[in-house]
Design a protein around this ligand. Structure first.
Ligand code: SF4
Length: 407
């Protein structure tokens, strides 16, 4: 069986939602959560071992379906990107797993079960966060909750309180986490801001105590506004640390979109981590491409080209679809077309450069996104919602969007 037609996640990764429920992957649309026969969502407190999850009937049937090229509905995001010729989370992940993926696929039995070769555990450590980004929600930021409440913005309060309480009540590692961490090769930490979650350092200490840290790579989606000496000491004992640092553009636009962020401080923290960990650390910049920063992206790319030699020249773009009123599709064609043209010229320049694999993946993703955006209808209603939302937030926060300056 050819692995390029499959997705590594159902074979090699387990992913945990901020409320402790298990899901097939962190991308995808609704229906990605793992359920028992009665339709009840399965939490990491309901299971004790990796085997119960990795060879759960739902996992087995998803593997068999994917092997027959029948992807579940929650994979539509990936399928849509691929149909447009872009780089989906699925296609981007395949080269990162390669041999392990191949071996795991070969081990699959006729009922869809596999050997217990869990590679990656992805943990969303709740919603504790010190920032209030415009495109975020109380599901991922405790601070945003008070803004939403004061401005009467709607959100599911019950779900948010479940998220808030889950990791507070599960600061000690439960049997499932202990079992999963005992053989893991990579842990992906998501948040909120994972470096602020109390359970985060407990997980690292557990891996160190188990004498596993030198075999484990740590991946983070982090705002990197805060790095303690304790975190640096723990990281120094691991095989590798990979930081996807969230930045939405140069200082002015980043600090506007990511309220509470401080570009200069993040710059200093990147230098601090690099000087402490040396070659053990890898960085990538993660940029959510959205209506608010779309016009600034050409300048952002120019900046990254010369910023730091150890930082990729292209960010890992996340293409915002939700909330739809912040998507780049709300920009009228007369506003988006000149930027698309500038970006296409830049892409042609990048294609002449020697790029790393990760940069090539980002470039393919950007090409697919621009093709999609160019053919997308103008979301006029979304534009009006965008104006209302940002005006309200600007007034509340007493700030103004930075203007684009073309040099
Ligand atoms: S195909 Fe995409 S959405 Fe589906 S499991 Fe893989 S990465 Fe997730």
């Amino acid at each position: 069986m050819k692995i390029d037609k499959l997705c590594p996640y159902p074979w090699l990764q387990l992913s945990v939602e901020p409320n402790g429920n298990l899901r097939f992957c962190c991308y995808g649309e609704s229906g990605k959560d793992l359920q028992d026969q009665n339709g009840k969502l399965i939490s990491i407190n309901d299971v004790n071992t990796v085997e119960e999850v990795l060879n759960h009937p739902s996992y087995k049937s998803i593997r068999l379906a994917m092997s027959n090229q029948q992807y579940p509905d929650f994979c539509n995001t990936c399928l849509r990107i691929e149909k447009n010729g872009g780089e989906s989370p699925r296609t981007a992940q395949i080269p990162l797993y390669q041999n392990e993926f191949l071996e795991q696929v070969k081990s699959m039995q006729t009922d869809g079960s596999v050997e217990l070769r869990l590679h990656t555990l992805e943990l969303t450590l709740g919603n504790i966060c010190n920032l209030k980004c415009r495109m975020c929600s109380p599901f991922f930021s405790t601070l945003l909750k008070s803004d939403f409440d004061q401005m009467n913005f709607d959100y599911n309060k019950e779900e948010v309180s479940q998220i808030e309480s889950f990791w507070q009540m599960n600061e000690e590692l439960n049997p499932f986490l202990r079992d999963a961490l005992s053989n893991i090769k990579r842990v992906n930490f998501l948040g909120g801001e994972p470096l602020l979650a109390p359970v985060h350092s407990k997980i690292l200490k557990f891996l160190i105590d188990q004498k596993r840290s030198s075999e484990v790579t740590l991946f983070y989606n982090t705002n990197l506004t805060i790095v303690s000496q304790n975190t640096l000491d723990l990281w120094s004992q691991f095989k590798k640390v990979h930081l996807d640092v969230s930045l939405e553009g140069k200082a002015e636009i980043n600090d506007y979109i990511r309220k509470g962020s401080d570009f200069k401080k993040i710059d200093r923290n990147i230098e601090l981590v690099k000087s402490t960990l040396g070659n053990k650390v890898e960085f990538n910049i993660c940029t959510v491409l959205q209506a608010l920063n779309f016009e600034h992206i050409p300048q952002w790319l120019d900046f990254l080209l010369t910023w730091k030699s150890y930082i990729p020249k292209l960010p890992n773009f996340i293409y915002l679809d939700f909330p739809s009123y912040l998507s780049a599709k709300i920009l009228a064609p007369k506003h988006r077309e000149p930027i698309i043209k500038i970006l296409r010229n830049k892409i042609a320049e990048y294609q002449l450069l020697k790029l790393s694999d990760i940069e090539k993946i980002s470039l393919r993703g950007l090409i697919g996104f621009l093709d999609d955006l160019e053919s997308a209808k103008w979301d006029e209603k979304g534009y009006l919602d965008f104006v209302v939302f940002n005006k309200k937030l600007d007034k509340f926060r007493q700030e103004q969007a930075p203007k684009v300056k073309y040099s």
